[in-house]
Design a protein around this ligand. Structure first.
Ligand code: SAH
Length: 452
């Protein structure tokens, strides 16, 4: 059974999707469907039905004619209305002869036919120990990654603009009660960094902070508007829980993505690690963000104290069933001065399995090779890229502030040189959109072969 019922009610038995030509057309269609009481959900457009990281509307087959009529009457630019039964099929024939169990083969057949995996199957994959089976899992994810998002690494630059936080999450190094040098960047300082990122050709900037009410809606909006006006860059906000109204305002101001991780889809564990947050509220925030039209970034930590394989299977299925566009899974890393400072860190191989299974289950989405996995192991980023990940976040916080943004200890300051190395090592390509002549002029050694 799908997890959907566990997190929210759904009446979609035979899924159809509506794909529109733009975000505004999609949101307008959703409004019309809501008005006519047609159950619907926003999901990442599946492979074969449109561009990666766009949003489609899922509804039940029984409303097909009504949806056609409504979109027609309202002059919606429809790209397609199609049954999800005709999902894209993958070719995994190279796996057939490999040395794996009968149960695993059955799962591979389901993946090839693009039939949704159930929780037992996800747990089977998570529990793989055998080296051959592990390699098959990683290879399968790599094939699906290539089909869905190609060989080009997507680069995002993160500016950690404030480490003030009103919350006391047990795992986090910038939790309110932890003693650390607190800083806030002003608009001018943030724009200065953005200007540099623009020069090197970065297309999307992530503005990340603790939960810091100092940055009111108006302050955030004024930063967002200036970045949009001057640089036309994509913007991801990662500033914690805000109100439903604020997400709508951010969406209207052109914010493209909002990163607010579920961290764990287990109510028990979520409430244990977040003394100031509530699991049901976090679920509501996921819905608010998604329904505002902003693409939702979620994901979580692997290896949290007391976390079970059963719970990790739920974490993965949650991302699929909640229509998440960007899914960052990284290992839990103990942070100095926190209640969890003496706990053990997450396991590399388990985290890589999670990345691989997430690619297999969620497919047409962006998966970062997280900073956390790059911090756990020197080859963590490369290994994650080889296990289904396709996105890297460059830490672009001014160097004198970086040391103060230690959400976990010994954080890897993933920069462009490190990224170039991981791209090479994983036999992937750097995006064409970077400004290579400028980068070469400031000393980067980049082979043209590496660019796509
Ligand atoms: N550039 C970072 C973005 C982190 S987003 C990356 O790619 O990993 C902030 C997230 O960091 C949180 O949502 C949480 O999932 C993670 N985080 C915070 N404290 C952590 C800890 N102690 N160990 C591991 N991950 C942690």
């Amino acid at each position: 059974m799908s997890l959907l019922g566990k997190f929210f009610e759904t009446n979609i038995k035979e899924p159809y999707i509506l794909v529109c030509s733009s975000k505004s057309q999609m949101l307008f269609s959703k409004e019309l469907l809501d008005k006519e009481n047609i159950d619907n959900e926003l999901i990442p457009t599946p492979k074969g039905f449109g561009e990666v990281c766009t949003t489609a509307i899922k509804f039940d087959k029984k409303h097909k004619n009504k949806v056609k009529r409504i979109t027609n009457e309202n002059d919606i630019e429809v790209l397609s209305i199609a049954s999800l039964e005709n999902k894209y099929k993958y070719n995994l024939s190279e796996i057939y002869d490999m040395n794996i169990s009968k149960d695993f083969k059955d799962i591979i057949n389901k993946i090839e036919a693009n039939t949704d995996l159930n929780k037992e199957e996800v747990k089977y994959l998570l529990s793989i120990e055998d080296e051959d089976e592990y390699n098959v899992l990683i290879r399968t994810a790599d094939i699906i990654r290539k089909e869905c998002v190609g060989d080009r690494i997507e680069l995002r630059a993160a500016i950690e603009f404030s480490n003030y936080c009103i919350k006391n999450c047990n795992y986090c190094g910038v939790r309110k009660d932890n003693s650390t040098n607190r800083y806030r960047m002003n608009k001018k300082e943030i724009l200065n960094v953005v200007d540099n990122l623009y020069k090197i050709g970065i297309k999307t900037v992530i503005l990340q902070s603790g939960e810091d009410p100092y940055y009111t809606t108006d302050k955030i909006l004024s930063i967002v508007k200036e970045i949009k006006d001057k640089y036309k860059m994509g913007i991801t906000l990662s500033i914690g829980e805000r109100t439903q109204e604020e997400y709508k305002i951010f969406s209207e101001a052109g914010v493209n993505n909002y990163l607010l991780k579920i961290e764990t889809a287990s109510r028990r564990l979520f409430n244990k690690i977040h003394p100031d947050d509530d699991f049901d509220d976090r679920i509501k925030h996921h819905k608010f963000i998604r329904d505002s039209g902003i693409r939702l970034g979620s994901g979580g930590m692997i290896g949290l104290p007391t976390q079970t394989i059963d719970e990790i299977a739920d974490d993965i299925l949650f991302q699929r069933d909640y229509g998440v566009h960007m899914i960052g899974f990284g290992p839990f890393l103990p942070a100095k001065g926190t209640p969890y400072e003496n706990e053990s860190k997450g396991d590399l191989k388990l985290t890589l399995k999670v990345v691989a299974i997430t690619r297999i289950v969620c497919q047409h989405v962006f998966l970062p090779a997280t900073t956390a996995i790059a911090s756990l192991h020197p080859d963590g980023q490369t290994l994650a890229l080889m296990a289904g990940a396709n996105t890297i976040m460059l830490i672009s916080t001014p160097s004198h502030l970086r040391e103060s943004y230690q959400i976990y200890s010994q954080k890897n300051m993933v920069d462009l040189s490190f990224t170039i190395k991981s791209t090479k090592d994983s036999k992937r390509k750097l995006p064409k959109y970077l400004n290579y002549s400028y980068l070469k002029s400031i000393g980067y050694d980049i082979d043209d072969e590496l660019i796509k």
